[in-house]
Design a protein around this ligand. Structure first.
Ligand SMILES: Cc1cc2nc3c(=O)[nH]c(=O)nc-3n(C[C@H](O)[C@H](O)[C@H](O)COP(=O)(O)OP(=O)(O)OC[C@H]3O[C@@H](n4cnc5c(N)ncnc54)[C@H](O)[C@@H]3O)c2cc1C
Length: 371
């Protein structure tokens, strides 16, 4: 079999870097073109939670995709560590959802009874059990739902680790070059125009995050991908107060081994307005103190925002561009792009090299928006 041809990837977020690594491992000559630097957008703004069950324990195609990616994590982080030496702070102590009302306790108890919840070890902790596990939780909590399978990583480090592993496999990174157009010849994707220069390839993969919509406008039919702004802040977590991720009604708290406690995140449809606001950061702080009051005097170390790539049905867009051989897209990962990076990269390698994905992509194909 002939070796797979060259591939150009647009965007060096986690999806572009992970896909570059998988394609290079399959023997492709890969060039990643990024208008800024590696991981400069959503992939660095994220909290890094790997929470495949989300709010539900209902089985659906999205959850199958999420669980498939979650299962790849232990081997992925070990492989990246072996290749690059980067410790991505993969942490597996699980999430606690403190419950403050009888109604919430009842709902959480019911949630624990689904077959998937049992398989994933969800448990309702009551009374003193909660404070034995996590003493800093508000004493107003009546109970807590424990989700042991919720893990997290340092997403900045993970994106860099993927990029370094890709570079070690010969991937070329062209940073500071904006892709203005995908080149088509006789109905095929044959490269891109970046910084005014034509870069030819056998295939183009668009992983431009929240900007994927504007890039696809040059193809005549625009994908409806839009930014969903998320604001976050970090507190000093030295000495540490929490061992678990804590999930309140409108807030989550993620303790990083490197000494920060991340608090996130708003979900706002305000376009590409790159700003944190008193309302956004203030509401996160108020909600965080309701679940862990002892954080009140911890220094705030930083605040930031990022743009999640969002599609109208909140599902990722993955797969070949209909009717255009040599063009594929992997975007709109919305709140789960860090979790979904390993499976997305594997699927994009399967689409572009093997021509056959190992999971049914039907619910995620770009076709659903391009009729
Ligand atoms: C506050 C916040 C918290 C989050 N928390 C989590 C979480 O806990 N767990 C989780 O799984 N996910 C989380 N996410 C979601 C996750 O961050 C995203 O889904 C994921 O990072 C998307 O990755 P990406 O590579 O598609 O996009 P990005 O990281 O945005 O990368 C896209 C890249 O493309 C580049 N680009 C764009 N246009 C062009 C062009 N024309 N030419 C060249 N380059 C271009 C951009 O500069 C950028 O670097 C969070 C997101 C936010 C904002």
């Amino acid at each position: 079999m002939a070796p797979p041809g060259p591939v150009v990837i647009v965007g060096a977020g986690i999806i572009g870097c992970a896909s570059a690594y998988e394609l290079a491992k399959a023997g492709c000559a890969v060039t990643v073109i990024e208008r800024d630097t590696v991981g400069s957008e959503a992939s660095s703004a994220a909290a890094g939670m790997l929470a495949p069950l989300g709010e539900s324990t209902r089985s659906d195609p999205f959850q199958e995709l999420a669980l498939a990616s979650w299962r790849l994590y232990p081997d992925t982080v070990a492989e990246l560590r072996a290749v690059t030496g980067v410790d991505v702070e993969y942490t597996t102590t699980g999430t606690l959802h403190p419950l403050f009302t009888a109604e919430d306790v009842r709902a959480a108890g019911a949630r624990c009874n689904s077959p998937l919840a049992k398989q994933m070890g969800l448990a309702l902790l009551e009374g003193q059990e909660v404070f034995e596990r996590e003493p800093a939780i508000s004493k107003k909590a009546r109970a807590a739902l424990f989700v042991p399978g919720d893990h997290w990583v340092n997403n900045q480090r993970l994106t860099v680790a993927y990029a370094q592993a890709a570079a070690a496999r010969g991937v070329t990174f062209r940073l500071g070059a904006r892709v203005g157009e995908v080149m088509l010849e006789r109905g095929r994707g044959v490269g891109v125009v970046a910084g005014g220069e034509r870069v030819r390839a056998d295939a183009v993969l668009i992983t431009a995050g929240a900007w994927s919509g504007e890039l696809t406008a040059s193809l005549g039919s625009r994908l409806p991908v839009e930014p969903a702004r998320g604001q976050m802040l970090a507190l000093s977590h030295v000495p540490p107060l929490l061992k678990h991720c804590i999930h309140g009604a409108d807030v989550y708290l993620v303790p990083r081994p490197s000494g920060e406690l991340l608090i996130g995140a708003t979900v706002e449809r305000v376009g590409f307005v790159r700003a944190v606001t008193p309302e956004g950061i203030g509401s996160l702080i108020r909600s965080a103190l309701e679940v862990v009051p002892d954080l009140a005097d911890r220094p705030i170390t930083r605040t930031w925002c990022g743009f999640r790539p969002w599609a109208p049905d909140s599902l990722p867009i993955l797969g070949p561009w209909p009717g255009v051989p040599g063009l594929a897209v992997a975007t709109a990962h919305f709140r789960n792009g860090i979790l979904l990076a390993p499976i997305t990269a594997r699927l994009m390698k399967e689409v572009l090299v093997d021509g056959k994905p190992s999971l049914d992509l039907a619910p995620f194909l770009p076709d659903r928006f391009l009729k």
